[in-house]
Design a protein around this ligand. Structure first.
Ligand SMILES: Nc1nc2c(ncn2[C@@H]2O[C@H](COP(=O)(O)OP(=O)(O)OP(=O)(O)O)[C@@H](O)[C@H]2O)c(=O)[nH]1
Ligand SMILES: [Mg+2]
Length: 235
């Protein structure tokens, strides 16, 4: 099964790739693929590494580009990259820190085509009022990637239990967005977003996990396997 690991900058994609990979290795064969040409230090040794073909730094100096221009060039080069067909049970694909150019400029399309599903990480330590927009961003990413998606709130070990429970409940049932204490224009928008999401999607699970302590990994694996079996039924 090919799994794309996606999420905003710093949400924990690389650490998740390492730890979830190790967790899976107890029962499955696992390959880890690094698609981030800009990363300096990776917390795991990838089985396939885009940096063997190009790196953001090389592109910057070759083409006299700043980091953003080079990121766009790197996304274009990703489209040309052929990655081997691995036969292992799980192929975890760690993606670039810059989600927006990767997901919304076509850099991800070949990998999304190969992917059975996407795991989308949200950093649970972010400000609570940003979670409705984080949810929408994950949906926009799913729309663009066109894969099933398992969403998770990462960095559970850094927040208290009460907050974790509230966030999980809120993300599982967007009607809770309406309870966010806010007297600005956003409060009306929260209601509208909640209503829209309820019309479009039945509430789905959004487990809190820690890529550091592995808490919640059983849930992620269960949701991945459930999602995959639903996908097989559709096909
Ligand atoms: N405590 C804690 N730290 C985490 C967790 N997940 C990631 N981190 C830390 O958060 C920082 C960013 O994690 P990365 O795995 O590099 O995140 P990323 O999404 O790959 O980052 P980019 O590729 O740069 O976008 C690192 O310092 C990680 O050690 C977690 O669950 N708990
Ligand atoms: Mg990373």
């Amino acid at each position: 099964m090919n799994v794309l690991v996606v999420g905003p900058a710093g949400s924990g994609k690389s650490l998740f790739t390492r730890e979830f990979g190790r967790y899976l290795m107890d029962d499955f064969s696992v390959v880890r693929v690094n698609l981030d040409s800009g990363v300096g230090y990776l917390p795991y040794r990838p089985d396939f590494d885009v940096r063997e073909y190009f790196s953001l730094e090389e592109i910057m100096s070759e083409k006299d580009l700043g980091p953003n221009g080079a990121t766009l060039e790197a996304v274009d080069r990703l489209k040309e990259l052929d990655i081997p067909n691995f036969s292992e049970d799980f192929v975890l694909m760690d993606t670039p820190g810059q989600l927006e150019p990767f997901v919304f400029r076509g850099g991800a399309s070949a990998f999304a085509d190969m992917a059975d599903l996407t795991v989308y990480l949200v950093d649970s330590t972010g400000p609570v009022e940003t979670f409705p927009s984080q949810y929408l961003y994950s949906l926009a990413s799913q729309y663009s990637l066109n894969t099933p998606m398992v969403r998770a709130l990462n960095k559970l070990d850094l927040i208290d239990r009460e907050r974790a429970k509230e966030l999980e409940e809120m993300m599982m049932d967007p009607r809770m967005f309406a309870n966010l204490e806010d007297v600005s224009m956003r409060s009306q928008m929260n209601m509208d977003i909640a209503n829209l999401l309820m019309q479009m999607y039945s509430p789905s699970r959004f487990p809190a996990i820690s890529a550091k302590t592995r808490e919640g990994f059983e849930d992620v694996l269960t949701y991945i396997l459930e999602t995959l079996s639903r996908k097989r039924i559709w096909n």
